[in-house]
Design a protein around this ligand. Structure first.
Ligand code: ADP
Ligand code: ASP
Ligand code: MG
Length: 413
């Protein structure tokens, strides 16, 4: 839902790392908040760590130690956001805007005890609500909370988006605005395709497929949370302040057949060849992987020829070695020792809610890749997505030619 212009609104505004990357940026954010306050809007800010600070803290931790106890990692990483909220409040004070910084714990974020990737169990926004009632701007540290064991927790990379969405829900805000360094959600990664187009609207379903297949913005968990709780999202620029992309339910939206192309180079492929075609083999393999918390994504099993078959699946790069060890440990039970790993793959996905009712989208994808000499290794689909695994070296070219074929720069396919 867009807030009607002129009406006073309650808004949660989240600023990403680049948006508060230096003193000028922090002052620009403060100016923006001051403009909203003059209109009478109630504003809650959620702020990420400045610039690349989270990466820097992680780098220092790796330099100092190889142990990385989760509790101490979370104490370290959350310091980035804590610094940013205090600085934003100081900039607001200069403009005469009454603001107060809150850590995740102070803002009422109760999480589970899973350090470095904690889940929100409950938000108790009493102090934030009271600050709003008193006419102040609460500035909340993103991606953090306090666990049921009373320890500081980090919600994981990109967790500030989730903080913002959860606060918007808890405070019954009119919208959750996610400010970033691009002007919205684009038809594809604007770094890969120069004429990628900013979409004015996108459905939750499509955005979820995008974030699940490589679009870094907004964080997937925040989109899931927003969809589940009906929190309207607005992804927009902290640099030009122009209207961005509104994310809402699909109803009453005009649909292009294809909305977006994504790519993801974060996965690797495992192939188990020469598997005897009998019941229980896949069950054994994927149970063993699940028991070791290996996150399997795509799975393809070939039709059996002469009683043997091949199974291929993808896992995050970081899990490739352990997946290979698990599969090789099962040589006897799987009935084969032909197990190989391939880290140099990428997944390219075509996404569009109109795919459900328009045949031919997948065919056009395969033809385009073929015409450009790009070999398809694996294929997977959902109701509104078709994905192909290709060589990593071909991924960006695949995105470019597909963006052209579906004319996503015009939005007319
Ligand atoms: P923030 O730090 O503001 O939370 P991120 O840096 O995580 O945001 O993500 C923003 C980046 O995501 C943009 O700079 C953009 O290059 C990249 N990106 C990739 N694909 C898309 C897309 N389809 N639409 C918008 N941005 C995209
Ligand atoms: N600063 C943290 C990160 O970069 C959390 C966030 O910004 O969402 O992952
Ligand atoms: Mg960024």
């Amino acid at each position: 839902m867009a807030v009607a212009s002129g009406a006073v609104a309650r808004l949660v505004q989240k600023f990403g790392g680049t948006s508060v990357g230096d003193a000028d940026r922090i002052r620009a954010v403060a100016d923006h908040v001051a403009r909203h306050r003059r209109r009478g809007d109630e504003i809650v800010l959620v702020v990420s760590a400045m610039g690349k600070e989270t990466d820097e803290l992680l780098r220092v931790a790796r330099e100092v130690s190889s142990t990385h106890p989760g509790r101490e990692m979370d104490m370290l990483i959350t310091a980035g956001e804590r610094k940013a909220i205090a600085l934003v409040c100081m900039a607001l004070a200069d403009l005469g805007v009454e603001a107060e910084s809150y850590t995740g714990s102070q803002a009422g974020f109760i999480t589970d005890t899973r350090h470095t990737d904690a889940k929100i169990l409950e938000v108790r926004p009493d102090r934030i609500e009271a600050a709003l009632q008193a006419g102040r701007v609460p500035v909340v540290a993103g991606a953090q909370g306090v666990s049921t064991d009373n320890d500081v927790t980090f919600l994981g990379r990109g967790g500030s988006d989730t903080t913002a969405v959860a606060l918007a829900k808890a405070l019954k805000a009119d919208a959750c605005e996610l400010y970033t360094d691009v002007s919205g959600v684009f038809t594809t990664d604007p770094r890969v395709v120069s004429n990628a187009r900013k979409m004015s609207h996108i459905s939750f379903d499509e955005l979820l497929e995008m974030t699940a297949t490589g679009c870094p913005k907004p964080a997937m968990r925040s989109v899931e949370y927003a969809r589940r709780h009906g929190v309207p999202l607005h992804v927009r620029s902290a640099f030009t302040w122009e209207p961005g992309t509104l994310v809402s339910e699909e109803v009453a939206m005009e649909h292009a057949v294809v909305s977006a192309i994504t790519h993801d180079t974060s996965e690797a492929k495992v192939t188990v060849s020469g598997v005897p075609d009998r019941p229980g083999v896949a069950a054994r393999l994927f149970r063993a992987l699940a028991d070791r918390n290996v996150n399997v994504d795509m799975i393809v099993q070939n039709a059996s020829a002469a009683g043997v078959t091949d199974i291929s699946f993808t896992v995050p790069h970081a899990d490739l070695d352990v997946a290979l060890v698990i599969a090789r440990d099962l040589t006897d039970e799987l009935g084969t020792d032909q197990i190989t790993g391939d880290p140099d793959i990428a997944r390219v996905s075509v996404i569009g809610a109109g795919m459900k009712t328009n045949p031919g989208v997948a065919a056009a994808m395969f033809e385009t890749l073929a015409d450009n000499g790009i070999n398809i290794d694996m294929i997977s689909t959902s109701a509104i997505r078709t994905s192909c695994v290709v060589r990593e070296a071909d991924a960006e070219r695949a995105v470019q030619v597909l963006h052209d074929v579906y004319e996503l720069d015009k939005g007319s396919y």
